[in-house]
Design a protein around this ligand. Sequence first.
Ligand SMILES: [Zn+2]
Length: 413
Amino acid sequence: MSDTPVVRIDGERLLASLRALGQVGALDGGGVCRLAFSDADRLGREWTVARMRELGLRVQVDAIGNVVALYEGRESLPPVMIGSHIDTVRTGGLYDGNYGVLAGLEVVAALREAGLRTRRPLAVAFFSNEEGARFQPDMMGSLVYVGGLPLQQALATRGIDGSTVGDELDRIGWRGDAPVGAPQVDSYVELHIEQGPVLDRLGVQIGVVEGVQGISWSEYTVTGVSNHAGTTPMAMRHDAGLVAARATVFARELATRLGGAQLATVGALALTPNLVNVIPNRAVFTVDLRHTDAATLAQAEREFEAFVQAAAEAEGARCERRSLARFDPVHFDPRVVDRIEQEARALALSHRRMPSGAGHDAQMLARVCPAGMIFVPSVGGLSHNVREHTEPADLVQGAQLLLQVVRRLADRP
Ligand SMILES: [Zn+2]
């Protein structure tokens, strides 16, 4: 940034704002609970929008409750958007989502205090119901924003407590009238805690996120025959539990064989009748497969299914598969990724290219504009946990990097 004055993030104010928003919906003993469209979410929205208005931003709310605050540019062009979310899981921390939004507001505050406007406008957005902890799917607001889910279908979504998104939005007073998907966005940058252990473990300050790994969730139901554990010879059994156990071991072997980026987890397993002296006649289990490469992910799915089918057949059992969720990997725009890397280098921050293990609003925005993400370390890799923590210095550095990146993007010819 040799040609333009250096603008510094006010680190203390950023940290204070994170603590202040963390008081809204605070849990006893730390952490926060602001489930989407709850009363706590309403209060969090009010707090954040008050801060947006203090900064003189033009705030608009769309029909799914997404909030976009605009800082005018020197020219009337599509804005560079900084976004994330402020809803949390039931036992959330102070940083997941909130950090990206509040850092975005500090970027604007710093530019404003320096009397600077970028060529393109800047937008700071928070998207509704990113977590999906109360209403599924997750990333709902950003998915609707980019046209990936019809608004009416999203509004009709029924949550874990029986209420609908539309009714809850009306109840808390956050169903807005701005057109969904407006404004059209020039490019999108999301700053987020890693929510995993990699940066912390390696002692690296910045994750330059290249994409979001693809995800495949399946549920398998294996049906065998229940029988007496004492009287049924081993060779005459049709043990559904054995098939599930073999599948669990195979998942680990498959991931090891396919290498680094392949992940495989059998996370849920229920045996019936689940008794000490009865051979299980039924096993229902899930497998979560993830990879950054679409072809390898598809190969893992095929191999896993073929293995379970063969293992069931060998045991004289039947097997059915049901898909629970399926997203292809997302690759962020190389120009945005390179820009993040260059600016990290310019700030002398140690950095590393990496995929995101978790889903983020950025992957939805990537459908409609060049998008990218910046990660900062999560201490111990903990997230979706009240003990979620990122060191203050890392939080401030990440926000400074965000400022450099969006300023470059917004000022480019
Ligand atoms: Zn998040």
